[in-house]
Each structure stands twice: as structure tokens, then as C-alpha cells.
Design a protein around this ligand. Structure first.
Ligand code: GAL
Length: 982
């Protein structure tokens, strides 16, 4: 007998499992600014949720006269994400699909949200044919107007237009959108970000008058040899109408000239990110006027060099996701503008729109403010890597139409923006015929731009050789490869002719990224290197309200009960989710500065290297200051003309006394512009004289046993049993100990890419029990004026450790320590730091210091820190990150840690000083900043040396020269109990 099978009682809508593009969409076109009537439908809609398509109610809810149970429906903001409005939960997963890899099927657990909007169309819209435009709907949707299905939406970050002529009517209309979170297309949308369904970009009704402009394609090239431009504007009209369209560009003397033909402009100012010259233009038909802003520029590759307008171009970029801690990928234009201005102020000139087209208006801002854009398709299938790429849609013909559809919609929408230099086929989608096909299509459709795709392992179909997280040595090897002719493989030959771009590098997660300068040095040295894009601009933490004591709660993967998630890997940006900068942004600004400066050791000259693409330096004034001068002060240095790409040696006429002072040379803007205020510092360099380490006049006091178990040395007392100091003046000192460990940074927790399969640095420390050192007192001795303590400190289990000599002296007021650490045994790992910890029983109020600041400095970070005097409150000094970790070390010569009525002064030569209210063990064990206990005490570390931070959270580890290998380390520090400065 054949067994009877029962089909699922309510079948899933077949199209949720279809790899095909959405149904019913109009051909994609440019996002145009037109005078045709329109009506924005954003606002409050109604929504009801069902857990699965098998549970949906087909109760005629799409009809205007539907009888609906009001209890079932609740208001929802459009644009918005449902899980951020109480409907379901966000899911953060990086690579893994949070559902079975069973393409093209979505899982049954698949929340479905029915959206409903009652609207009255304006008479102006009703007077013409009309379309409904959806700019971003995360998930898979079906759209009805007045019960009539208009089409389906696929491609969450792509625009879809659906015709609604004849369905849209006077009076009340009902727009209904049924949105399922998962569909076949989820397999194509595996970007490293939150899964959050919702109508998250605008919905607009557009009138499309007969004979209006359907589409425009601007081609505006610049010929650097003679300074001329060529403009051709291709125009397509609605309904294939024949009525003529004209183009006017008044500033270029073009008035109502023909479209579709080349117009030679004998002299035109080119568009660059530094000189974003845009020309207002107008395309006119009898029924519609479209406004454009045209920039003339030519992007090309020659001799494996990326050229803009004939000149080599260096991309100083960031990867930008759209993120707001409260609204997810709903980012309003004002916020986007503020982001771009912040980038400008930090010398960022390029954005890769990782990993999807941003809201359409973002490109207007990029054109206007001046950014080079790699515009990326909404495509990623990274999760297939976890099943050895079996079933990857990129190489499965059934998915070809979807790939074509997504790429077309990407290119067509944004093709008129001078800022867009490259089209990216997508991110981390493996390889396959579908990608090859869309690369070919893209090149055919837009031969004036370059094609980018990092995943093209052989660079066969692309115009730039793109990689992510390649190490410094590897990038250098690529920069210096032998010429193309020496390769026999045609693909290798092709690749050798391509410029090289790091589409992602310097993973900005937690404390880091370390090593920015080393990459930039290579970019400056080798013409093949066209720069790169930091991963990433903004952290994607989601706001979770505040704690009882008012601390903001920031959430990441796993905080919403997700079972498949990637934790804090979503919090890895230069700026926090609320766009306040992390310390790395100041470092990046220094590294990305368009002007490099060098001071002769005798201060006789200043070398100025102009690294701008096309600007000279006439917008900058140069001044020098010495310590103590206010920021606006400065003596002018006359700069000669320094055209872009050249350098000059400028004589400096400083007084001889300058050699003994801290001299700062600044280049700053003469006037406001380029997103910066007048006076904005563009470049700086310092001469820092030798600073003799203060030696105490030792010998004025000698150690003295007090008979009660203590040894007194000037203001300090020591416990005879341990040899450790327990008091300094009015301060009780606790837990003084040698320490070699730091609370692992997220980079310490990552496995360095050059060491696959080996444990992370943090795991090595854990295996060596670096966080659990035990000390044996070897000897307590008096050596003339010195109190000398010898200890042996090492982790349990191992036979390695450090022999420590603590040599204490005092002048009666202060206490000096000369500490020597000598490793013994066979050390299985590098150290995190080498120095001492101590605890004070009151919380820090603020820290003042002379040294480097205001930001922290580890051996491979802190390029933005300069020598001066600074003050920071407790939190700023500690540097709080969403996930707690080691941070905040400043290099100090003289610091005062204030604890209300008392203070501890710490002096030495450029000593790494860490101050925070928690022990390292607490920092390391706490998952979120808001879970750290309130400040009741102060932990201070003073180090002989600290290790670099690298970027192993995703990428290479710490460069060898910045690792802290076990070797003899010496620390000289002077401690004084003082009164705080009032
Ligand atoms: C890359 C990926 C990014 C992000 C990054 C790590 O592999 O393209 O989307 O996941 O790694 O944060």
C-alpha cells in the first residue's frame, strides 16, 4: 500500500520560496528630482502580526470595506523596523543564516506583518498616471491597492516602483502590504548586520504625466589634457513618448540643447571630492522638469594605477552601514549629512556603501560634500561558506534573474552621481556564473565606471584588485609584484594590470584598530595601491533604554534571545552608534591627513608634502607654537606654493630656545569650508625635547623599621611581610602587585589571520594563567637609602615567571620606584603589559596629565595624540566601550589622579598610565558597559611597556615590532600624595 501523505494544511505562498525577482515592478530608473506631483505616504500605518505565513488570515483585509477586528491591529511608524517597535526581535548574525540552509525555502517560523494605510490621493496625483515607489522594504512583500495586487517586492534595500494607474481612485484608498521576514531572497541578503523586517524607507505616490521623463543617464567626462568636458544626457520618456526633451546647463551656456548627443564644453571645472563642483542642470519635456546636478570627472585605470581626471587617486575610505541606535536602518538625511561632515573633518574622502545601496538621497550629499563612492549591490550569500558553498545562489542559474534584477536596480537608481566611481557586485557572495554575468552587464551598461567585487578570487571580471584585511607585508608584496608580462596565466596578467584596493581593513572594534600608519605608508609609497576602506564607520549597537542609575544600555547580538548570533561583532566602528567618535577617529584623521609634515631634528626646516589629489595648500595657514601657547596663537610660517602631489622644504626661523621647548607646527584652514570651521587643523607635527626623568634627591631619608610590621620610607609605609607599600602620605595603597596581563581587547580575543588555527592572544594568556600571577617574597633589604624588595612572580602550573626587583627611594616627600622585571623559564606567550597595579579605596574624580593626549596611546595606536597638558573626567580617561575591555592608557610624564580630597601624582617619562574604577578581572568578565559596577574605588596601572592592539578581531594581529615579548623591562616612576588642584 502506498503511504498517504498529507500536504501541509495551509501551503506557504509559493512565491516566498521563489528565487525569481519580484513581480510587477516597472523597469528600474534613476531617482530623479522632478516637478511632477507626488505624495509621501510615510507616517503612521496599521499593522498586525502572525508568526508564520501558515497562520495568516485571508479575511479580505486588503479591501477598503474589510471588516477588521481593531484589537488585532496596532499603529506602526513607516519608515521603521518592526522589531524596534515592539513586533518581534532583532537578530544579529554575521555569516551564519539564522535558519536552515535549505535554499530556496524560508523557514516556517517566519513572522508575517500585514500593513495597512488608508490614504486619499491628491487631485494633482490623480490627474495623471501614477506609480507607487517603495525605497526599502526589509523582507518579502506583496502589495495591494484597493484589493488589487500591484506586485511583489524583493531586494530589501532596493527601490521598486509599481504602477497603480486605474487602481488609485478619488476618495479613500487602502494600501496593503503583507511582509514576510524570510523568503528565498533572504539567502541573498546575508550582510553582517541586524535582521530587522519592516518598511524602513519612504513610500511615495508619484504622478507620471504622459510624456514625462522616465529615465535620465548623464555622461559627463573630463579631459585633463585640455580641461574640456563632454556632456551627453540620455533621456527616455514615459510610454515611449516622442515629445522632445531638452537639457539646459546655464552655467555652461547650454540652453535647451538636445539630449542624446555629445556637447563639448571647452573649459570646465572638474568634480573631485576636494573640489565638488556641480552644475545645475534641467531636463525638460512639455509635461515634466527634472533637476540634476552634474559633475564632470573621468575615472580610469592606467598602468595599474587608479586615476581620477588623469591624476592618481588615493581612497581614504570607510565602510558605511546605515544605522541608528533607535531606528535601525532608518537614517534621516540630516543625520547622514552630519555623518559625512564628521568624515570630512577627519579627512575621510571615500565611502563604500557596505553592503547595499544607501537611501537614494545619500548620493546627493556625497556629490555635494565631495566623497568617492563604491556603490554596492544589495547582495551577500556569505552563509553558504559554512556549508562549503554548496548550493550558493551565485553559481545556480535559477537565481540569475534575481542577480540581474538587483544589479540593474542598483546601477539604474544611482547612475547620475559623479561621486559614484565604482559599482560593486555585492559582498561575500562567493564566485559563480551569475556574478560574472552581472559584471558583464554592468560594464556594458556603464562603461564609464569601474566594476568592483572583492569575492572575485581571480579578479577576472573586475577593474580593481580588491581584498579585505590583507596584512601589511602582503599589501607590500602586491604593490611590488613583477610586471604583468612576467605572468603566464592570463588571469594573473589581467590582475597585475589592476590597481589594488583594500575594500575593508583595520577592523575598528573596541580598542583599536592598531597599525593604521603602516598601511598608509604603503599607500603613499606605491602607486598601485589606491588606498582602502576602514571597517567600519559606525557601530550597530541598539539602544536598550537606561539603567536605574541612568547609564545608557547598548545591546548587541544575543541580547534579544537569539540562538544563532555573533555577539558584539556588530559593534566595530570608528564612531559609536550615536555617532560620538571613539578615540580611533582622531588617530585616523592624523593618518589620513592630506598633508604630511617633517621637522628637521635641529628645527631648521619643515618639509611639507601635499598629498591632496588636486588642491594646493593656499587654503591653509601654517604656524608654530611652543608649549603654553593657546590654540589660536602661533607664529606664521610662510609656505611657498605647494601644488598637489609635490613637496617643499620650508626654512624655519625659530629662536634657538625653541629646541628646548615643545614646538608644534600646525596647518589649519584659513576660512571655513569642506565641512570644517576656520582654524580647523589639517596637519600637525611636534618637536618634543628630551625630558630628563625626574630623579629624587634620594638619601635624605632612609628606610626605617617601625617595629609594628611596617617599614617607613619618607611618606611611604611598607608591609614587612610582603615588602609591598601600603600607604603613601594620607593615601592607603592596596593590592600593589606586578602585572603582565590586560583585560583582553576584542582584538586580543580574535585569531590573527596570519595564524589560522592557533589560539587567540587572549586564549594564550588564559592558558598561561597570565591573569592569576602569584608572588613569593624572596628578600627584603635595605641598601643605603633604598628599600629593596625582591619577589618572584609567576602563574600557577608553569615554571616561567619574572624575577622582580623593587628598589624604593624617597626624598622625604615623594616615593621613587625603580622596578626591574627579568623573565625566567620558558614563556609560552607574549605579555599584555609589564608594570604594576595598585588600588585606591576611593573613586577617581578626574585625571590631569602632561604627556600625550587627549586620546589613549598603545604602541600601534594614538597617532592623533600629541604632547601637552590635559584633563579628563573618570569616564573619558577610562574610555568606555560597549563591551568592556582594556583601554585608556595615556603616556604620561606627570599625572595627577584626583580622588575628591586627595590625589596621587605619578611621574615618569612617557609611562603608560591606566586609571579606572574596576579591576581587570571585573572588566574582562563583564559583557556590557552598563553592567559594570558603580565607581567606588580606583585601579591604577603604571607600566614599563604595553603591547600593541592590532586588528585580530577580524584581520592581522599585532605587527611583530609592537608585540610585548618577554624580556627584561624597567620602570622608573615617582609617586607622591598631593592635594588636588582646585
Ligand atoms: C567582512 C565583511 C563585513 C564584516 C566584516 C567584519 O568579512 O565583509 O561585512 O562582517 O568582515 O566585521
Amino acid at each position: 500500500m502506498t503511504p498517504r501523505t498529507t500536504p501541509a494544511s495551509i501551503p506557504l505562498p509559493a512565491d516566498l520560496a521563489s528565487p525569481l525577482p519580484g513581480r510587477g515592478a516597472l523597469p528600474p530608473r534613476a531617482h530623479l528630482r522632478s516637478d511632477a506631483p507626488r505624495q509621501v505616504l510615510d507616517g503612521t500605518w496599521q499593522v498586525r502580526l502572525r508568526p508564520s505565513p501558515r497562520h495568516v488570515a485571508d479575511d479580505g483585509w486588503q479591501q477598503a470595506d474589510a471588516r477588521l477586528d481593531p484589537a488585532d491591529w496596532s499603529p506602526v511608524a513607516v519608515p521603521g523596523h518592526l522589531p524596534l517597535q515592539g513586533h518581534g526581535s532583532p537578530i544579529y548574525a554575521n555569516v551564519a543564516y539564522p535558519f536552515p540552509v535549505d535554499p530556496p525555502f524560508p523557514p516556517d517560523d517566519n513572522p508575517v506583518a500585514d500593513h495597512r494605510l488608508e490614504l486619499v490621493a491628491s487631485p494633482e496625483v490623480l490627474a495623471h498616471p501614477s506609480v507607487l515607489r517603495f525605497e526599502g522594504v526589509d523582507g518579502a512583500a506583496t502589495v495591494w491597492l484597493n484589493g488589487v495586487e500591484l506586485g511583489t517586492l524583493r531586494g530589501s534595500r532596493l527601490t521598486t516602483e509599481l504602477a497603480c494607474t486605474g487602481v488609485l481612485r478619488p476618495g479613500t484608498n487602502v494600501l496593503a502590504v503583507r511582509l514576510a521576514q524570510w523568503s528565498a531572497h533572504s539567502y541573498l541578503e546575508d550582510q553582517d548586520m541586524w535582521w530587522m523586517p519592516g518598511i524602513f524607507r519612504s513610500v511615495t505616490l508619484l504622478a507620471r504625466p504622459h510624456g514625462a521623463v522616465r529615465d535620465v543617464f548623464v555622461h559627463a567626462g573630463y579631459d585633463h589634457r585640455d580641461g574640456s568636458g563632454t556632456l551627453r544626457v540620455d533621456v527616455e520618456l514615459e510610454d515611449g513618448a516622442e515629445a522632445p526633451a531638452t537639457i539646459s546647463v546655464p552655467a555652461l551656456g547650454l540652453h535647451e540643447v538636445a539630449t542624446g548627443v555629445d556637447h563639448h564644453v571647452p573649459s570646465v571645472a572638474p568634480w573631485t571630492a576636494e573640489t565638488p563642483v556641480l552644475h545645475d542642470a534641467r531636463v525638460r519635456t512639455p509635461t515634466e522638469t527634472v533637476d540634476l546636478r552634474i559633475g564632470f570627472r573621468t575615472v580610469a585605470v592606467e598602468d595599474a594605477t587608479l586615476l581620477l581626471n588623469g591624476t592618481p587617486l588615493l581612497l581614504k575610505g570607510v565602510n558605511r552601514h546605515e544605522h541608528d541606535p533607535h531606528r535601525g536602518r532608518v537614517v534621516d538625511l540630516a543625520a547622514a549629512r552630519a555623518e559625512l561632515l564628521l568624515m570630512k573633518q577627519h579627512h575621510i574622502n571615500a565611502v563604500r556603501t557596505s553592503h547595499y545601496p544607501p537611501q537614494a538621497d545619500f548620493l546627493d550629499l556625497a556629490d555635494e560634500l565631495g566623497f568617492y563612492v563604491i556603490l554596492e549591490n544589495d547582495l551577500e550569500t556569505h552563509g553558504f561558506v559554512l556549508v562549503d558553498w554548496r548550493g550558493n545562489p551565485s553559481d545556480d542559474a535559477r537565481w540569475l534573474p534575481a542577480y540581474q534584477d538587483r544589479m540593474r536596480r542598483t546601477v539604474e537608481r544611482d547612475k547620475n552621481h559623479p561621486s559614484v566611481l565604482m559599482w560593486s557586485l555585492g559582498n561575500e557572495a562567493g564566485t559563480g556564473a551569475n556574478l560574472d554575468a552581472i559584471a558583464r552587464w554592468t560594464r556594458d551598461r556603464d562603461p564609464d565606471r569601474l566594476v568592483h567585487y572583492e569575492g572575485d578570487a581571480r579578479s577576472r571580471h573586475v577593474d580593481v584588485y580588491s581584498r579585505m584585511y590583507a596584512s601589511v607585508p602582503e599589501v607590500e608584496a602586491i604593490a611590488t609584484e613583477p610586471p604583468a608580462e612576467t605572468f603566464t596565466d592570463p588571469d594573473e596578467q589581467h590582475r597585475r594590470r589592476l590597481p589594488f584596493v583594500l575594500c575593508e581593513y583595520a577592523h575598528a572594534m573596541g580598542n583599536g584598530p592598531g597599525g593604521l600608519s603602516e598601511y598608509q605608508d604603503l599607500f603613499h609609497r606605491y602607486p598601485r595601491l589606491a588606498g582602502g576602506f576602514i571597517w567600519e564607520w559606525v557601530e550597530h549597537a541598539l539602544a536598550g533604554g537606561t539603567t536605574d542609575d541612568g547609564r545608557p544600555v547598548q545591546l548587541y547580538g544575543g541580547d534579544f534571545g537569539e540562538r544563532v548570533h555573533d555577539g558584539s561583532f556588530v559593534v566595530d566602528g570608528l564612531v559609536h552608534a550615536d555617532r560620538t567618535p571613539g578615540p580611533a577617529l582622531a588617530d585616523l584623521a592624523r593618518v589620513f591627513s592630506p598633508v604630511s609634515l617633517r621637522l628637521a631634528p635641529d628645527l631648521s626646516t619643515l618639509t611639507v608634502v601635499n598629498r591632496y589629489h588636486s588642491l594646493d595648500l593656499s587654503h591653509l595657514e601654517a604656524v608654530w607654537t611652543t608649549d603654553g601657547d593657546g590654540p589660536a596663537a602661533g607664529t606664521a610660517i610662510t609656505l611657498p606654493e605647494v601644488p598637489a602631489g609635490t613637496s617643499a622644504v620650508v626654512p624655519l626661523r625659530l629662536p634657538p630656545s625653541a629646541l628646548a621647548a615643545t614646538v608644534t607646527v600646525l596647518l589649519r584652514r584659513r576660512t571655513a569650508g569642506d565641512g570644517c570651521a576656520a582654524g580647523h587643523e589639517v596637519a600637525w607635527i611636534q618637536h618634543i625635547p628630551d625630558r630628563p626623568v625626574g630623579a629624587l634627591e634620594a638619601g635624605r631619608v632612609a628606610p626605617r623599621r617601625t617595629g609594628d610590621g611596617l617599614v617607613q620610607l619618607g611618606p611611604a609605609s611598607f608591609d614587612e611581610r610582603t615588602g609591598m607599600p601600603v600607604g603613601l602620605g594620607a593615601l592607603a595603597l592596596h593590592d600593589v602587585a606586578v602585572s603582565l596581563w590586560r583585560a583582553p581587547t576584542e582584538n586580543d580575543r580574535g585569531v590573527a589571520w596570519e595564524e589560522p588555527g592557533l589560539p587567540s592572544v587572549a586564549d594564550r594568556w588564559a592558558a598561561a594563567r597570565l591573569d592569576d600571577l602569584r608572588t613569593r617574597l624572596v628578600e627584603v633589604a635595605e641598601d643605603g637609602p633604598a628599600f629593596v624588595v625582591r619577589t618572584r612572580t609567576g602563574p600557577p602550573v608553569l615554571d616561567a615567571g619574572v624575577d622582580v626587583t623593587w628598589r624604593w627611594t624617597s626624598d622625604g616627600t615623594s616615593l621613587a620606584l625603580d622596578l626591574t622585571l627579568v623573565p625566567y623559564g620558558s614563556w609560552p606567550c607574549d605579555w599584555g603589559r609589564a608594570g604594576i597595579d595598585l588600588r585606591l579605596a576611593a573613586p577617581t574624580t578626574r585625571v590631569r596629565w602632561t604627556g600625550w593626549g587627549p586620546g589613549p596611546q598603545y604602541p600601534d595606536t594614538g597617532q592623533g595624540a600629541r604632547y601637552g597638558s590635559f584633563v579628563a573626567d573618570r569616564d573619558d580617561y577610562a574610555v568606555r566601550t560597549v563591551r568592556p575591555q582594556e583601554h585608556g592608557a595615556r603616556r604620561v610624564d606627570d599625572a595627577t589622579v584626583e580622588l575628591g580630597a586627595r590625589a596621587l601624582r605619578v611621574r615618569g617619562a612617557g609611562l603608560p598610565l591606566t586609571v579606572r574604577p574596576w579591576s581587570r578581572a571585573v572588566v574582562a568578565a563583564t559583557r556590557h558597559d552598563h553592567e559594570l559596577p558603580a565607581a567606588t574605588e580606583t585601579w591604577i596601572s603604571v607600566d614599563a611597556a604595553v603591547g600593541g592592539v592590532g586588528t585580530a578581531s577580524c584581520g592581522p594581529g599585532v605587527l611583530p615590532e609592537y608585540r610585548l615579548t618577554p624580556s627584561t623591562r624597567q620602570l622608573h616612576v615617582i609617586l607622591t600624595q598631593v592635594d588636588p588642584v582646585v
